[in-house]
Design a protein around this ligand. Structure first.
Ligand code: CO8
Length: 257
């Protein structure tokens, strides 16, 4: 897989996607989002891949949407092109996707991390929605996903003041799942990705779908959805293997069937 704005490295059952626009601190543009979707599509179709990690550089996961490319755009252009609408597709992918965030995750960069299933952060990570400083507002779901992740108080604070949140605060607020020293972030994230990728793929995909359902529906509907999926998992060979392996005190050998 060759792209201009991304690097893709496959290590057995884990794929690592690295944003690669160092000249602009990985600022997002339509090409990057399009290539990211192409890469995710190909990895999703590859039955060998069980988990995907998305990362940036040591200095920046992504410093936002590309301000220089957006500056002169007109309303008809952004409306007709539906600028950044394609980013929503990232959240509809079905395999587990972890963001490994070091350095700046600002504006669209913070929103891109929020499109992933969970965020692991280096202790130097800085999250923010500074769009207000540019006279605009978050446009890739920041006012919605950030609010669901950290609650109204902190989301209002971040979006209205544009202040940055450090990794420790982001973890306390529930934005980040785990924090590691920056130098071991990638290694630790890949380790977690390998743990996920060793599980039954139908099970991890059903878990992802079910957890995401919690953000879309009522508790009663969500519980009903989970129960249906739980019942359905008994149709898989991996359920038989997983439970047999427990009884036989051995490691399960999942076949993703
Ligand atoms: N866009 C374009 N270029 C950028 C961006 C960006 N978001 N961020 C950094 N760069 C460029 C700089 O211009 C600079 O380029 P050059 O060397 O040619 O001058 C290079 O990257 C390095 O950046 P700095 O020299 O500024 O590095 P510093 O270490 O001094 O500062 C910061 C790092 C604090 C991250 C600083 O670069 C910064 O504040 N960047 C902008 C952050 C920001 O405001 N992000 C929000 C952008 S708006 C957005 O994301 C909206 C998303 C929704 C759009 C939806 C539309 C529908």
């Amino acid at each position: 897989m060759t792209f201009e704005t991304l690097l893709v490295d496959i290590q057995e059952r884990v794929a690592l996607i690295t944003l690669n626009r160092p000249q602009a601190l990985n600022a997002l543009n339509a090409q990057l989002i399009s290539e990211l979707n192409q890469a995710l599509g190909q990895l999703e179709a590859d039955p060998q891949i069980g988990c995907i990690v998305l990362t940036g550089s040591a200095k920046a996961f992504a410093a936002g949407a590309d301000i220089k490319e957006m500056a002169e755009l007109s309303y008809p252009q952004v409306y007709l092109d539906d600028l950044f609408a394609e980013a929503d597709r990232i959240a509809t992918r079905r395999k587990p996707l972890i963001a490994a965030v070091a350095g700046y995750a600002l504006g669209g960069g913070c929103e891109l991390a929020l499109l992933c299933d969970m965020i692991f952060a280096g202790d130097n990570a800085r999250f923010g929605q500074p769009e207000v400083n540019l006279g605009v507002l978050p446009g890739i779901g920041g006012t919605q996903r950030l609010t669901r992740a950290v609650g109204k108080a902190k989301a209002m604070d971040m979006c209205l003041t544009g202040r940055q949140m450090e990794a420790a605060e982001a973890e306390r607020a529930g934005l980040v799942a785990r924090v590691f020293p920056a130098e071991s972030l990638l290694e630790e994230t890949l380790k977690a990705a390998r743990v996920i990728a060793e599980k039954s793929l139908p099970a991890t995909m059903m878990i992802k779908e079910s957890v995401n359902r919690a953000f879309e529906t009522t508790l009663a509907e969500g519980i009903r959805f989970e129960r249906r999926v739980f019942h359905a998992v008994f149709a898989t060979a991996d359920q038989k293997e997983g439970m047999a392996a427990f009884s036989e005190k051995r490691k399960p050998e999942f076949t993703n069937r």
